[in-house]
Design a protein around this ligand. Structure first.
Ligand SMILES: Cc1cc2nc3c(=O)[nH]c(=O)nc-3n(C[C@H](O)[C@H](O)[C@H](O)COP(=O)(O)O)c2cc1C
Length: 469
């Protein structure tokens, strides 16, 4: 199944939310673990770097070129996918990145070589214990860092059924962008030549990567890769235990089955697209972005919905399109800003377009559309109290023309990256932000004033009443 078809058949409509069929299986486990493998505890309180989010985005970080060690890895993994908060009951936890329904369908692995006190090998990030489980050894003296994001779709499909693959891709895009930011903050990037940095959406053969990562393709699939020094394809790899035992760790529940629609969508959108790693932003950003500590911003990030209908400055507002140029432009993806309370900006819909790499905004429809948008977001009326909202639409035909079968995934991963940038900027600017993946697809498009294009994501941004914690 093509991505365009998948997106279309999982659209929500007022006449009835797509039921998506029956999900068979038990409650999923949200933490993958390998109890018998060697475990390397990452330091719980590593010395934290002091750069700001502004430094990270503009490439102005002057981090000491630390040796490659467990402290750097601790910062990288904690800031990419670590637990940052628990709810009042202490049962549910939240992570450095947001996740649709807090279901966290993704896992993170890394091929690591040249780190002090860590044998060269393949590691899985154990989120619950904040440590690395060694899956394989690699016979090499090289330094390498190649991180993989995989997804266990059942975790999300258990609640969202067929629509879950959308959320899996958006969640993965959030993690992808966050991994790039975390690598910069931790200083890991300093140790590897920029010419070797690569970002990859998808992969050529999922079977081959599943085998390499020793994950079970029935339950878990690779989604994206961030490498600052890729592992050589010919390196000798020895798995530390029986492959069957390793594969069994991928099963999230007894009888976990996410159904044929997602399976067909996964299989129909396989492909590899290599992209340049987030270029530094050359445009001027608000000074507040240089005053916060990036680590604190990431650790404090939460979805905040208690907007107070306040307005924000044009300077703050304009930092969003500037930051998005880390992931854009790409053909087949258009970002719109639905503006209601931004100083010096008329209320209306603005389309983001690029003059080369320079972002510009064009007013495409004048008026107040936030209430309509909130209603289209399954009546999540708090959206209407935000200062502005970001709506991302995909032209899947164009994406597929440009990137082949993988076009849909490329688009959705990119959308997730924009979402993560939006959350980070908002946190650093003292604003609230919340992603919205639940909407009547065609109504969102109509709010933008269009009759074509597929709604991929909505994010609301604005001043909020008080900090959640
Ligand atoms: C792809 C995606 C879709 C989301 N959709 C909604 C939504 O429709 N409504 C909502 O209130 N929150 C939504 N959220 C926010 C999640 O509920 C939130 O990230 C999750 O509960 C974890 O909380 P945290 O972001 O505060 O860490 C979404 C988040 C993501 C990443």
């Amino acid at each position: 199944m093509k991505g365009s078809e998948y997106h279309e058949i999982t659209a929500y409509q007022r006449s009835g939310l797509a039921s998506g069929g029956r999900i068979r299986g038990g409650t999923p486990s949200f933490f993958k673990t390998y109890p018998t493998l060697p475990f390397y505890q990452l330091p719980k309180t590593p010395e934290l770097p002091s750069c700001s989010l502004g430094d990270v985005l503009t490439g102005a970080t002057t981090l000491a070129s630390n040796e490659l060690n467990l402290s750097l890895l601790s910062i990288f993994f904690a800031l990419t996918y670590g637990i940052t908060a628990t709810d009042r009951t202490g049962i549910y936890s939240f992570r450095a990145v947001p996740s649709a329904g807090a279901l966290y369908p993704c896992e993170v692995y890394a091929w690591l070589g040249g780190f002090r006190d860590l044998p060269h090998g393949l590691y899985h990030y154990n989120v619950a214990r904040h440590g690395l489980e060694q899956i394989a050894t690699v016979d090499s003296n090289d330094a390498f860092f190649e991180a993989w994001i995989t997804a266990i779709p059942y975790r999300s499909a258990w609640k969202y059924r067929d629509r879950a693959f959308r959320y899996v891709l958006l969640d993965s895009g959030h993690i992808f962008e966050q991994a790039l930011v975390s690598a910069k903050v931790s200083g890991i990037t300093n140790k590897f030549k920029e010419a070797n940095w690569t970002g990859t959406y998808g992969c050529r053969s999922e079977t081959a990567i599943c085998q390499r990562l020793a994950v079970d393709p029935h339950h878990e699939r690779p989604v994206a890769c961030v490498a600052f020094a890729p592992l050589s394809e010919t390196a000798k790899i020895d798995y530390l235990t029986d492959k069957k035992e390793l594969l069994s760790a991928s099963a999230p529940a007894n009888g976990a089955d996410y159904g044929p629609v997602i399976l067909n969508a996964i299989n129909g959108t396989v492909g590899e697209v290599t992209i340049p790693i987030a270029p530094d932003i050359s445009e001027k950003l608000p000074s507040l972005l240089f005053q916060n500590n990036a680590v604190q911003v990431i650790l404090n990030r939460r979805s905040r919905r208690n907007f107070i209908k306040g307005s924000i400055s044009a300077d703050y507002f304009e930092s969003y399109p500037k930051a998005f140029s880390r992931a854009l432009p790409i053909k087949g993806l258009t970002v719109y800003f639905v503006v209601e309370r931004v100083d010096n900006y008329d209320e209306g819909v603005y389309e983001l377009w690029f003059d080369g790499t320079r972002p510009n905004l064009k007013l495409t429809g004048k008026g107040m559309f936030m209430s309509q948008l909130a209603d289209a977001c399954l009546h999540q009326m708090w959206v209407s109290h935000a200062s502005f909202a970001i709506v991302v639409l995909l032209n899947t035909e164009e994406l597929e023309k440009t990137y082949g079968n993988a076009g849909y995934r490329v688009g959705m991963l990119c959308v997730g990256r924009i979402g993560q940038l939006c959350y980070l900027l908002s946190e650093a600017l003292g604003l609230g932000c919340c992603g919205v993946g639940a909407f009547y697809d065609y109504e969102v498009t109509r709010v933008i004033g269009l009759h074509s294009g597929m709604s991929a994501y909505v994010l609301a941004v604005g001043p909020v009443k008080k900090q959640v914690r």
